[in-house]
Design a protein around this ligand. Structure first.
Ligand SMILES: NC(=O)c1ccc[n+]([C@@H]2O[C@H](COP(=O)([O-])OP(=O)(O)OC[C@H]3O[C@@H](n4cnc5c(N)ncnc54)[C@H](OP(=O)(O)O)[C@@H]3O)[C@@H](O)[C@H]2O)c1
Length: 298
């Protein structure tokens, strides 16, 4: 793909992460087409005092506007993938690369189902971005993605080359994805308590978090993932060192009464554990609570 000659790039799901990636591309003159659910004239990213405006419009009708592009950045929540599948069908040809900017370790399986013709690239998104009440998005850290070292991933890396979004191609993608999953899984405790990172300062919560992280680690290793014994404590240390009011997107969704990404962040551990014959007693309590908090009924 020749990024210099304005190869066609699309962002599907211009929310917190989608806006950040669209702005990074726009800043270097590779403005992507925007496809979403809510029509908008433009997107706005706030980076410190700087405001980046990405020209729209955000198109919302796949039947009218979809045609194959070179590269799609898919940034809908995992709970929204099915509803966004029409975009994937409309935008994907046999050469199209779909880079999936979603949490979890199941992006390949989840998206191939909806875009069987495309070349799917999973990503680990390491930066936080937050939608504001005025519709703009605030970038809350340096932009960084990890991608597997594949030819399709290199298309996405090339598109982002020279932008504010740093891309690392890694031979050890699976381990990075699982490490991020452990972090996301334990953050689910915040959605259950409606509390922020300060809660990990309690000794009872710290013990529970560590036990849960170790349970997730056993499943990750049973899958063949190389992660060290130190990982659970390192993740807990990070939460304990965070500002007490630091939240997480699953808590934000819970507070807004939106569906939660409980299945890809927590359910996956018990599902994979069951398939591998690994007991997951902590997940077996947490996952139904998160599922019910997300989906009801009641
Ligand atoms: N935010 C973070 O800091 C962060 C960090 C790491 C990883 N992640 C992961 O990145 C993924 C995206 O998260 P996010 O925080 O960016 O979510 P988000 O802010 O909720 O953005 C999702 C976007 O998708 C749009 N959308 C919903 N249904 C759609 C459809 N049918 N077709 C097209 N677009 C549709 C939404 O439109 P509306 O405007 O209508 O809602 C919204 O613009 C998640 O898997 C999340 O876990 C997020």
């Amino acid at each position: 793909m020749n990024t210099a000659s304005a190869a066609s790039i699309a962002v599907v799901g211009p929310g917190a992460i989608g806006t950040a990636v669209a702005a990074a591309l726009h800043e270097v003159g590779r403005t992507p087409s925007l496809y979403g659910r809510t029509p908008r004239d433009h997107l706005t990213l706030q980076v410190g005092d700087r405001v980046i405006t990405v020209p729209g419009p955000v198109r919302v009708d796949p039947a009218e506007f979809g045609r194959p592009v070179d590269l799609v950045f898919l940034a809908v929540k995992a709970t929204q993938t099915e509803a966004a599948a029409e975009w994937l069908t409309a935008l994907s040809g046999p050469e199209t690369v779909v880079c999936v900017l979603q949490n979890g370790v199941e992006q390949l399986e989840g998206i191939t189902l909806h875009a069987p013709r495309a070349r799917i690239v999973p990503a680990v998104v390491w930066f936080p971005a937050q939608a504001q009440s005025d519709g703009s998005v605030r970038l809350r850290g340096d932009m960084r993605l990890s991608l597997p070292d594949t030819s399709a991933a290199r298309v996405a890396a090339e598109a982002l080359h020279g932008t504010r979004c740093r891309v690392e191609l890694t031979a050890n993608f699976r381990a990075l994805a699982w490490r991020k999953l452990l972090q996301n899984a334990v953050a689910g405790l915040m959605a259950l308590t409606h509390r922020r990172a300060g809660m990990f300062g309690r000794s009872d919560i710290a013990s529970l978090a560590l036990a849960y992280l170790r349970e997730c680690l056993v499943v990750a290793r049973a899958e063949g993932t190389e992660l060290g014994d130190e990982v659970p404590q390192e993740i807990l240390d990070k939460f304990q060192a965070s500002p007490a009011d630091m939240g997480t997107s699953i808590l934000t969704d819970r507070e807004a009464g939106r569906p939660l990404e409980w299945d890809i962040r927590n359910g996956v551990v018990s599902r994979r554990g069951r398939a591998l014959g690994v007991p997951t007693p902590i997940s077996d309590v947490l996952v139904p609570l998160l599922a019910a908090a997300s989906d009801g009924p009641g």
